[in-house]
Ligand binder design. Structure first.
Ligand SMILES: Cc1cc2nc3c(=O)[nH]c(=O)nc-3n(C[C@H](O)[C@H](O)[C@H](O)COP(=O)(O)O)c2cc1C
Length: 184
């Protein structure tokens, strides 16, 4: 059994990212594992101060005490961390970027167990250029965290969860959720 955490950074409740998140979590639960959803929009997460306190032994793990502590704890407990973000200006959105900046404080302790990761991004456009830079950057971040990338869903052509294209992506998310729970 695995614990799969999804960090959803969309500011839109029940939007495309959250719809994909819920499908992925259903797949996780179908596989008998535990799915945890965190809607980052509901948390108060301050920007990284760039103080390097975390690197010099100050803070546990960060000198700032805010809702990021909930994210740190959820990541510690997770075997898989899935990032679900809307595409903003061909990148992940600011809420996700802000949260990832704060992971800097966890870098020293993340070697406690191997972790895996996946990405789900939704955009209005279907043009690959919308996703290419974002996916490359995500993979670099995963490499720095030493997390193994298990899947990427590029959900293009979406403005609303009722858009026709959504059915296909929901199935992809469901399948990814099940697949993430397979053990070798
Ligand atoms: C500030 C902003 C910037 C956006 N930038 C892009 C973009 O560069 N390319 C694109 O295809 N869609 C862009 N979109 C559209 C969203 O990516 C798209 O509607 C997405 O599916 C929303 O996901 P959500 O419902 O999870 O928030 C942008 C939307 C906003 C609000």
């Amino acid at each position: 059994m695995k614990t799969v955490l999804v960090l959803n950074s969309s500011p839109r409740a029940n939007g495309n990212s959250e719809t994909l998140t819920d499908s992925l979590i259903k797949g996780v639960q179908d596989a008998g594992s535990v799915g945890v959803k965190i809607n980052l929009r509901e948390l108060n997460i301050l920007p990284c101060k760039g103080c390097f306190g975390c690197q010099s032994g100050h803070g546990d793990p960060c000198v700032q005490k805010d809702d990021m502590d909930r994210v740190y704890q959820a990541i510690r407990e997770a075997d898989v961390v899935v990032f679900a973000s809307p595409v903003y200006w061909h990148q992940m959105n600011g809420i996700m970027r802000n949260t990832i900046d704060r992971l800097f404080a966890m870098m020293k302790t993340l070697g406690d167990k191997p972790r895996e990761t996946a990405l789900m991004v939704s955009a209005a456009s279907q043009d690959p250029v919308v996703f290419d830079g974002l996916e490359a950057n995500y993979k670099e971040i995963a490499g720095l965290l030493k997390w193994e990338v298990r899947g990427v869903i590029r959900a293009g052509g979406l403005n609303l969860p009722t858009d026709k294209a959504m059915n296909r992506y929901k199935n992809q998310a469901l399948t990814l959720g099940r697949m993430l729970c397979q053990t070798y």
